[in-house]
Design a protein. Structure first.
Lengths: 313, 368
C-alpha cells in the first residue's frame, strides 16, 4: 500500500509514473502503425535527429523551458523525417541507409552545436544533455502536462483517421486506388512518430526511444490478429513497462530510468514471443511436436510391430 | 609528429577502417546493423572489463566482437521465427543489450568512470596523449596503432575475399550453391564491423564511427555502379570529409567528431543533388525532357490521325488543342514551338501541318 500511497501523493513519483505512462500509451499506439509499416527504426533516427533542434532552440531563445526545447526537437525531427522519406522515394538508396545517414549526420551536427553552446560558457546550459538522455526522475509537472497535451493531440489524430491509417498500414496500393491522399496521410502518420519521440526524449532518452516504439507493438502482435486489439494490448504493455521501469528506478536512486523501462519492455516482448495467444512460439513448438508424433504412425494393418517411418520412405 | 598531425592521421585511419568495413554492409542493405552493433557492444565491453579485471584492449575487442555477433545472431533468429520483421527485431535487440549494459554499469560500476557521453561523442582531441606503452617504452599514439591495424585487417579481408563477398552479396543463392559458405563470410564481416566500431569509437565516438561506415559507401553508390570504383570513391569521400571536418573544427573550435559527421552530410547532400546520373537535379532535368518529348509525340500522332480526314480542318487548329488534348495554354505553346523547332510540324496561321519528318515520327510512335 505504501507504494500506491506514494504514487498518488509523492510529487516526484507521481510525475515520473504519469510521464512514463503517457509515453507508454502514445508510443505503444503509434508504434503499432510504425512496425506494421516497417518503419520501426524510424523512431531511432528521428530521436537522434532531434538533437540539433534542441540546441538551436536553446541558442535562439536562450531559454531552457521544456516547451521551447520540445518544439525545437519536433522541428528538427520533422525535417529529418522529410529528408528520409524523400531520399527513399527519389533515389535507389535503401531505407536503412537513408535512416543511418540522417541519424548520424543530424546527431553529429547537434554535437557541433553542443560544443558551440559550451564554448559560450553559459552557466545556464547544463541540463541540455539530460533532455536527450532522459531523466524521468527530474520530470516536473509542467513537462508532464505538456507531454499529456501533445500525446492527447496525437491520439486524437489517430482516432480521427483510424480507417485511413489502417488501410495505409495494410494495403497502401488499395488506398491509392481509392484516391486517398496517401502521400499526405503518410506524412501525417510518420509525423506523429515525431510527437512520440519528443515525448520520449524526456523520459527514456534518444538511444532507447526505438524500443519504446517497437517493443510494445511487437509484443502486442503476438496476442492478436486484429488491429484494434493490437493497439489496446500495445498501449497497456507500454504503460506497464513505463510505470514499472520508472518505479524501480526511483526506488533505487542510482539506476537510470530509461534502461529500466527498456528492460521491462524487453521482458514483456520475450514472454509474448513465447506465450502469446495468437502466435506464441511455445504453442507452435508443441503443435509441431504433436504432429511429428502423429506422423510416426502406428504400424499399418497387417504389418507386425515396427513403424514404417524410419528410413524406408 | 605534432598533435595536430596525429589527430588528422587518426581521423584518416578511422575513416579508412570504417569505410572499408562499411562497403559490403551498405551493399547488403544492412546499414542500420552498424548502428545496432555500435550500441549493442556496450555489454560486451563491460564483460571484457570484468573478465580482464580492468581496462584492457584485448578484453574490449573480444567482448565487443562477441556482443556484435550475438546481436546479429539474435536479430536473425528473431526474424527467422517470423514473429517480427527484421527492422523490428533490430529495434528490440540493440536497445535491450544497450540498456543491459547501462544497467550493469550504473548498478555495479558506479564508481568506475565510464562516461556514456564520451562513448557517444568520442574525444579524438585526446588521441595524441593516449600513448601505447610496452615495457615502459612509448610507441606513439595508441589510436594510430589500433586504427592502422584495423585498416590493414579490413583491407586484407576485402582483398582476399573480394570474389566471395561480391558473389554472396549480389547472388547469395549461387554463392551457397557453389559452396562459398555465405554464412561464415557474413558473420566474419559482422565481427569485423564490431571490432572496427570499438577501435574507432574510443577515438572518434560511436556515432561518427557509424557515420563513417554508412555515409561514404552510400555517397559513392550515387556516383558509380562499378564495385572497384565504389571502393575508391568511398575512401575519397570519407577522407575529404574527415580532413575538411577537422580543419573546420579547428577553425570554429567545435567538436571534431561532430564536424566530420557534418561534413559527411554536406558531401552526401551535394552528391545527392549533383550526381551526374542519379542526382536529383539530373533526375528532374531528365524527367522534364521526357515530358516535353512525350508531348511532342502526342501532338504529331494527333495530327497524323486526322490527316486527310474530314475533321482535319478542325483538329489541326491550334486553338483546338487546349480542349482536345486537355493541355494548358502554356503546354500548347511550348510543345508547338518545340515541334516547330525540331522540324516536325509547319505552322500556317492557326493551322498545324505535319512535315515529312513529323509523319515519320508519328508512324514510329504509333507502331510501338
Amino acid at each position: 500500500m505504501g507504494m500506491l500511497h506514494d504514487l498518488i501523493f509523492d510529487y516526484t513519483l507521481r510525475n515520473v509514473a504519469l510521464g512514463s505512462a503517457i509515453l507508454g500509451i502514445v508510443s505503444g499506439i503509434l508504434g503499432c502503425f510504425a512496425t506494421l509499416r516497417r518503419q520501426g527504426l524510424m523512431g531511432d533516427a528521428l530521436s537522434h535527429a532531434a538533437l540539433p533542434g534542441v540546441c538551436l532552440a536553446y541558442m535562439i531563445t536562450g531559454k531552457k523551458t521544456p516547451i521551447v526545447l520540445m518544439l525545437g526537437a519536433a522541428i528538427a525531427g520533422w525535417i529529418g523525417m522529410i529528408l528520409i522519406l524523400r531520399i527513399i522515394r527519389h533515389t535507389r538508396i535503401d531505407s536503412g541507409s537513408a535512416l543511418g545517414i540522417v541519424l548520424t549526420v543530424f546527431f553529429g551536427f547537434g554535437v557541433v552545436l553542443l560544443t558551440v553552446i559550451q564554448n559560450g560558457n553559459d552557466a545556464n546550459q547544463a541540463g541540455l544533455d539530460k533532455f536527450l538522455f532522459g531523466q524521468a526522475a527530474a520530470l516536473v509537472q509542467e513537462q508532464v502536462v505538456t507531454m499529456a497535451i501533445l500525446g492527447g493531440i496525437a491520439l486524437l489524430v489517430v482516432a480521427l483517421f483510424y480507417k485511413e491509417f489502417k488501410l495505409l498500414a495494410f494495403d497502401p496500393e488499395f488506398a491509392r486506388s481509392l484516391a486517398l491522399p496517401t502521400h499526405r496521410l503518410d506524412l501525417v502518420l510518420t509525423g506523429l512518430l515525431v510527437v512520440a519521440v519528443v515525448i520520449g526524449l524526456n523520459t527514456v532518452g534518444v538511444v532507447l526511444m526505438s524500443a519504446m516504439l517497437i517493443g510494445p507493438a511487437a509484443a502486442a502482435r503476438q496476442w492478436t490478429n486484429s488491429l484494434s486489439h493490437m493497439l489496446a494490448y500495445s498501449a497497456v504493455f507500454g504503460v506497464i513497462a513505463g510505470i514499472s521501469g520508472a518505479l524501480i528506478s526511483v526506488s533505487e536512486a542510482r539506476l537510470p530510468t530509461g534502461p529500466l523501462i527498456v528492460l521491462s519492455i524487453t521482458a514483456i516482448v520475450i514472454v509474448s514471443l513465447l506465450f502469446g495467444s495468437a502466435r506464441g512460439l511455445v504453442w507452435e513448438w508443441a503443435r509441431r511436436w504433436r504432429n511429428r508424433r502423429s506422423l510416426q504412425a502406428p504400424p499399418l494393418p497387417g504389418e507386425s510391430g515396427t513403424a514404417v517411418a524410419e528410413g524406408t520412405v | 609528429m605534432s598533435p595536430g598531425m596525429i589527430i588528422a592521421l587518426v581521423a584518416v585511419l578511422a575513416t579508412s577502417a570504417c569505410t572499408l568495413a562499411g562497403i559490403f554492409l551498405v551493399l547488403r542493405r544492412m546499414a542500420m546493423m552498424a548502428d545496432a552493433i555500435s550500441h549493442a557492444i556496450l555489454p560486451g565491453l563491460v564483460a571484457g572489463y570484468v573478465l580482464a579485471r580492468g581496462p584492457n584492449m584485448l578484453g574490449a575487442f573480444l567482448g565487443a566482437a562477441v556482443a556484435g555477433l550475438l546481436t546479429v545472431a539474435l536479430v536473425e533468429t528473431l526474424t527467422r521465427s517470423r514473429r517480427v520483421k527484421e527492422d523490428s527485431a533490430m529495434g528490440i535487440v540493440f536497445p535491450a543489450l544497450f540498456a543491459l549494459g547501462v544497467f550493469v554499469v550504473s548498478k555495479y560500476f558506479a564508481n568506475v568512470h565510464i562516461d556514456t557521453d564520451a562513448v557517444l561523442f568520442g574525444e579524438i582531441a585526446l588521441a595524441p596523449f593516449d600513448t601505447l606503452e610496452i615495457g615502459g617504452k612509448s610507441y606513439g599514439a595508441q589510436s594510430l596503432w589500433v586504427l592502422g591495424g584495423l585498416t590493414i585487417l579490413n583491407a586484407l579481408f576485402l582483398f582476399i575475399f573480394y570474389k566471395e563477398l561480391k558473389l554472396s552479396t549480389f547472388d547469395p543463392g549461387l554463392a551457397a550453391a557453389l559452396g562459398f559458405l555465405p554464412g561464415v563470410l557474413h558473420y566474419t564481416l559482422m565481427g569485423l564491423i564490431s571490432m572496427t566500431t570499438v577501435g574507432a569509437f574510443t577515438a572518434v565516438g560511436a556515432i561518427l564511427a557509424v557515420a563513417l561506415i554508412i555515409v561514404p559507401p552510400v555517397t559513392a553508390s550515387l556516383l558509380t555502379r562499378r564495385l572497384p570504383y565504389l571502393i575508391g570513391l568511398s575512401l575519397v569521400v570519407g577522407v575529404v570529409a574527415a580532413l575538411s571536418g577537422y580543419q573546420f573544427a579547428m577553425l570554429w573550435k567545435v567538436s571534431i567528431s561532430g564536424m566530420i559527421a557534418t561534413m559527411l552530410g554536406v558531401v552526401f547532400g551535394i552528391t545527392l543533388l549533383a550526381a551526374p546520373q542519379q542526382g536529383l537535379v539530373a533526375q528532374t532535368v531528365r524527367r522534364r525532357r521526357q515530358k516535353r518529348r512525350f508531348a511532342m509525340e502526342v501532338l504529331v500522332v494527333h495530327l497524323a490521325t486526322h490527316e486527310g480526314t474530314n475533321s482535319e480542318e478542325v483538329e489541326s487548329r491550334l486553338s483546338h488543342l487546349e480542349t482536345d488534348l486537355h493541355w494548358s495554354t502554356e503546354t500548347v505553346s511550348r510543345t508547338v514551338a518545340g515541334a516547330n523547332e525540331s522540324g516536325l510540324i509547319r505552322q500556317t496561321q492557326d493551322h498545324l501541318e505535319l512535315t515529312e519528318q513529323g509523319r515519320l515520327l508519328a508512324h514510329t510512335v504509333a507502331a510501338r
